[in-house]
Ligand binder design. Sequence first.
Ligand code: GDP
Ligand code: MG
Length: 162
Amino acid sequence: MMPVVALVGRPNVGKSTLFNRLTRTRDALVANFPGLTRDRQYGQAKIGELEFIVVDTGGIDGTEEGIELKMAEQSLAAIDEADVVLFMVDGRAGLSSADEGIAAHLRRCHKRTLLVVNKTDGIDADSAVSEFYQLGLGEVYPIAATHGRGVLSLIEIALAPQ
Ligand code: GDP
Ligand code: MG
């Protein structure tokens, strides 16, 4: 069985961009439009020698109603079925209360979770990641999904035998 990696986080942090990079497809809709991916989206990913299933989600922002509530439910289902969760945050926007709400859920889940700070291209990665340690999820991994920086080493760590 291939491991299942879920991409979770509030809208617009770059989940679909990372999904596209991992699957090399245009299947996930990427736009500067929060919440465009309404449902879970599955893809077969290959990076280096590593093969896995990656799950894109619409995003959670902690204030869900209507269609957004459905998206949040999809994210919770994706967390449930994953072997590893990549919890993505936005290194340019900084820490938000939505991030704190998601982190609180993930700490309760006891699911293997890596905290990923995206959009670290062109900014100082060390200072971008520092505030996210307070989410209480351990190590923080900087990446740039658009450029691929940090992605291979992130996946190697995510899929390393425990
Ligand atoms: P999602 O809502 O979490 O799926 O986010 P998207 O993948 O749709 O990306 C939202 C916006 O962030 C788009 O305009 C992307 O081009 C941009 N974005 C994603 N990853 C990066 C990155 O690594 N660096 C920068 N600078 N922008 C990014
Ligand atoms: Mg998306």
